[in-house]
Design a protein around this ligand. Sequence first.
Ligand code: ADP
Ligand code: MG
Ligand code: ZN
Length: 617
Amino acid sequence: MDKYQVLKQYFGYGTFREGQELLVDSILMGRDVLGIMPTGAGKSLCFQIPALMLDGITLVVSPLISLMKDQVGALNQAGIHAAFLNSSLTANQYYKALGFAKQGRYPIIYVAPERLVTEEFLDFALHSNIVMVAVDEAHCVSQWGQDFRPSYLKIVEFIKRLPKRPIVSAFTATATKEVRDDIIDILELQSPMVITTGFDRTNLYFGVMTVKDRYSAIKNYLETHKSDSGIVYCLTRKQVEEICENLIKDGFSATRYHAGLSDEERRKNQDDFIYDRVPLMISTSAFGMGIDKSNVRFVLHYGMPKNIESYYQEAGRAGRDGEPAECILYYSSKDVITNQLFIDNNQDNAELDPVTRAIVKERDRERLKKMTFYCFTNECLRDYILKYFGEYGSNYCGNCSNCLTQFEQVDVTEIARALIGCVGSSRQRYGTTVIIDTVHGANTVKIKNYRMNENPYYAVLSKVPTYRIRQVLNQLQIEEYLFITSDDYAVVKLTMKSKEIIEENKQIMMKLAKEADRPAKESQSRSKKNKAGILGNQQFTDKEESLFESLRALRIEIAREEKVPPYIVFSDKTLAHMCVVKPKTKGEMLKVSGVGEFKFEKYGQRFLRCIEKFESN
Ligand code: ADP
Ligand code: MG
Ligand code: ZN
């Protein structure tokens, strides 16, 4: 099988996403790789596909038990033999799995880092053909990262013990240079192929709300998103408990998660959420790393996280299926103080020497400042985040609360042409006020004295308010279509670029503050589109909506039988796709994104019948 066949057959996808193919190819050529891709981009496939094609066993190192369980569950559902080895297994189960592993039953084995250098595991590894070690969440090797795990340092030690060095592949969503360099150095990657894909997650809507009563605001939001699954992040355990309790009192189905709960309760609550038994998870930042639940439709923050890295990671748990999802931060100035206290009392850095500790503290304060600015900025929120990670956005994404309420993208070509034309025809002698008054058609003494009322551009913009003309003039200056001299007269001059607008008919779009009397875009309509509209801009008909619900019900039923989370059976996106295509045959069903050969064999017929029944009604 080639990589495309593996992609379709096991995972049900027709095409690779950005970066995936190059990573897969590099690994298949025997090269070390480092894949830096945002949460939800699809890092797992990058090592799982080569693992199925290479001759030998791939070990996947992963920091969290829940993560391993989830991924192994997904692989098993796709018809792939995979297993995990970690402390959640009893000694019996562990030895049994290790026994199967020795027989070569599993091409993919997930293993906790602290297991790697244990005697039993080494005994297995030294006598097997380990062809690749894939390090997931690789930022855990770095002290600079959010989640440093000393046990990750054992990975290199382990690799060095192997008789033949395997391919080492590493994956993370953390983009900063320090972390990237650390991963390469500490894991001793050998001339790795480093691939960073864009950090933009276009399907996510970003919003910041500063409200008096955050609880009511969140409650209102939840009222209009009742059938969706989502996470509410809080800063403290106490907040988690209060909000969860209140929401339950107010009739919502919600569960909670924080480090102060018993292991048992945490496991149960997490499962309730993942298995779609409870749609709402109220938690601290302790919840989430490695949660692959793909149908999280919103992530609300009751409180501002300590830095943009954390925020983007947490918010990024929404919409992993690539479908529209919303990330809203409810800000209060108290959050800054809470976070400052966290920084001052951070116990994680207790083992650092005083100088390093001071540096780390300073760095944390700086990050907190940047996070706070995010809550204040009038700029495009997506742009702000992307800039933080060193990327450049478009200044206007049209899918964040600032773009939708503060700004709009306006075609100002006509205004720009009039201004430039006026400057040119009056031989570049006048200042901004004269130019603006001329095009606007002001009837002043100055205009008459300069005989600008005879200028061909006089009053061509009489309907446009002068403040708007001035905004465009400012923007033309910023973009160097006009130049204003810095002497006392501030004379407006043409530039090399001016002619692009006049002669080449260049269109000029500008991000402008919204007119106050325009209503802000209805958030209701957006959320309705999101709910049904799992298909981007397309809306479901009522009939499709109810087919979607039936397919969801069937999915839950199958998930129960298979004891896996519903989204592992099929994602929301796959179900939505079925609603639109309404496949009648196996062939048609296999064309639906997310339906592979193996899953079709398992339950394709049941979905076909469900659709058929629906169509005949
Ligand atoms: P990451 O580890 O980068 O956060 P995952 O590997 O968990 O992301 O993948 C996120 C989601 O994207 C999963 O539901 C996965 O099935 C889906 N996915 C991955 N690759 C593709 C692809 N090529 N086409 C469609 N969906 C994909
Ligand atoms: Mg992942
Ligand atoms: Zn925006």
